[in-house]
Write a protein that binds this ligand. Structure first.
Ligand code: PEP
Ligand code: MG
Length: 553
């Protein structure tokens, strides 16, 4: 039994086998193996699978392009059985105690060079073939598939870290938990785990080695421990803990249908964050009063090209209709920084978090923005949609956004297309600049929503993606709380509401502080809705606002 320690970013217990996320990096790592016989067997199994695949390709080719053209696949099958080739690989594994992938790849390269140097034309042509068959076997050995997760049962997914473009492609039903070498508290892998209501551990470091592939393990998302090959006694303890955790979650169900109101009578709009229309089930199950942040960029991340107005309209309409009159706040495209999409062809940047992202793209490539706005406005005829704009730093941006929205509305009017003319427009307060000028901004919009993930990053100059900075990550930093308070005061002075949709909204150590500031809305991962409702219902800040906020001010 081995225990690896990281940082738990979402509680709960998961028990299952570890499977590493597979990336076809093209680079084959050389690894030491202890059991060389088992490694030779892995090679034999992969070879048999390659021969089977080639048989299928042969049959398909015979029927489609005729036998003579299909012969190549048979030749490849024979080559895989070639004694010299097989012996070279098995010897390499045994004598050097190395992994099969490396042995196959190195032997493929050696044989290819040998063939290429021969005089005979026929033999020279075999140089490419031996590389081809080796690549096929390596691919099978490393289990590379389209979505990077190769499994037929739910697993604990291990990775160095996962990019948003990778997580969108995951078959979520097959993931019991995320455990990563790097990562940070507010990385999108952590946010995804919270949305999926599964435990997750980040920052385990290189101790999370691929040699643990296939091992039975326990994830304790609370303590951040990953226990590999647990002994019977430990397993029994965690099976019990898991049951207790589930029982707690069952008890929370009793809060469904109850109001989110503090002991001293402050009503809070308790909303949920989603990245995807498929998260709506969790929103409804957890009885959120609305959606406070729909990260619309995931619609773009899932696509291989710009989603059309019609495609977007259908999704927004579906979400609005399903929420049946409850508010749905859809944030416009927040691409760039950690969320990269190939077809946007964004230039490489030295400092992407401070670069061309979010509203900056929308205000530069206006057609992308107008398409999304048309889809959003059209969908607003079918439910209670509000639109929110990310990464605002200047009043001029808000004025420009409003001009564009007006002009899109005029277009819709001309075509007689219905939309909600009173639609609420809000902005994210996620840069210190926006918080500092929130008095001006509040006069131009209907609401604020504080993005504490980015606000923390930009206020403290700590890259939210950088695992090495976890020790410098101060979520309760006075500077951040002061900026939130400043934005809240300015919102209220100007008669608009303010919410928090960053991860800090669910931090129950701050619930009292947020209530004392008069925060009107909290939008959190669906799984955090009921625990937070319980917390708010147990909290009173009556006559204690000043005392609670004295540390902030
Ligand atoms: C935030 O920055 O707090 C936020 C909610 O937006 P995202 O995490 O998508 O950047
Ligand atoms: Mg943000």
């Amino acid at each position: 039994m081995i225990t690896l320690q990281g940082k738990g970013v979402f509680g709960g217990i998961a028990i299952g086998e570890i499977a590493f996320y597979k990336r076809d990096s093209g680079v084959i790592q050389r690894r030491k193996v202890e059991d060389t016989d088992a490694e030779v067997q892995r090679f034999e199994d992969a070879k048999a699978e390659a021969i089977r695949e080639l048989g299928e390709l042969y049959d398909k080719a015979v029927s489609e392009v005729g036998e003579s053209n299909a012969m190549l696949f048979q030749t490849h099958q024979f080559m895989l059985e070639d004694l010299d080739y097989v012996e070279a690989i098995t010897n390499m594994i045994k004598t050097q105690s190395i992994n099969a992938e490396y042995a196959v790849s190195a032997t493929g390269d050696n044989f290819s060079q040998m063939f290429a140097a021969m005089d005979d034309d026929y033999m020279r042509e075999r140089a490419a073939d031996v590389k081809d068959i080796s690549a096929r076997v390596v691919k099978i050995l490393s289990g590379v598939s389209e979505n990077g997760l190769v499994t037929d049962k739910p697993v604990i997914l291990a990775a160095d870290d996962l990019a948003p473009s990778e997580t969108v492609q995951l078959n979520k039903d097959m993931v019991l938990s995320f455990v990563t070498q790097g990562g940070s508290t507010n990385s999108h892998t952590a946010i995804l785990a919270r949305t999926m209501n599964i435990p997750a551990i980040i920052g385990i470091g290189t101790a999370l080695d691929e040699k643990y592939e296939g091992k039975q393990a326990i994830v304790d998302g609370q303590s951040g421990s990953l226990i590999i090959d647990p002994d019977e006694a430990t397993m029994a303890v965690y099976v019990k803990k898991k049951e207790e955790h589930m029982e707690k979650q069952r008890l929370l169900q009793q809060l469904k249908g109850k109001e989110t109101v503090s002991l001293d009578g402050k009503k809070v709009k308790l909303y949920a964050n989603i990245g995807n229309a498929s998260d709506i089930g969790a929103v409804i199950q957890n009885d959120a009063a609305g959606i406070g942040l729909f990260r619309s960029e995931f619609l773009y991340l899932e696509n291989s090209d710009f989603p059309s107005e019609e495609e977007q309209f259908k999704v927004y309409k579906y979400v609005a209709e399903t929420l049946a009159g409850k508010q749905v706040i859809i944030r416009t495209l927040d691409i760039g920084a950690d969320k990269q999409i190939d077809y946007f062809n964004l230039p490489h940047e030295e400092n992407p978090a401070m670069g061309y992202r979010a509203i900056r793209i929308c205000l530069t490539q206006k057609e992308i923005f107008r398409t999304q706005l048309r889809a959003l406005l059209r969908a607003s005829a079918f439910g209670n949609i509000a639109i929110m704009f990310p990464m605002i730093i200047a009043l001029e941006e808000v004025l420009e956004i409003k001009r564009i929205v007006k002009s899109v509305m005029a277009e819709l009017d001309e075509s007689g297309i219905p939309y909600n003319k009173e639609i609420q427009l809000g902005i994210m307060i996620e840069t210190p600049a926006a918080a500092m000028i929130s008095d001006d901004l509040a006069k131009e919009v209907d609401f604020f929503s504080v993005g504490t993930n980015d606000l923390t990053q930009y206020t403290t100059a700590v890259d939210r993606q950088n695992a090495n900075l976890e020790n410098f990550y101060y979520p309760h930093h006075k500077a951040i709380l002061r900026l939130i308070k400043m934005a809240a005061d300015n919102a209220h002075k100007n008669g608009i509401w303010i919410g928090i949709c960053g991860e800090l909204g669910a931090d129950m150590e701050l619930t009292e502080t947020f209530l004392a500031m008069g925060i009107d809305e909290l939008s959190v991962s669906p799984a955090c809705v009921l625990p937070l409702r319980q917390k708010i219902r147990e909290t009173s800040v009556k006559d204690r606002q000043e005392e609670i906020l004295k540390d902030v001010l």
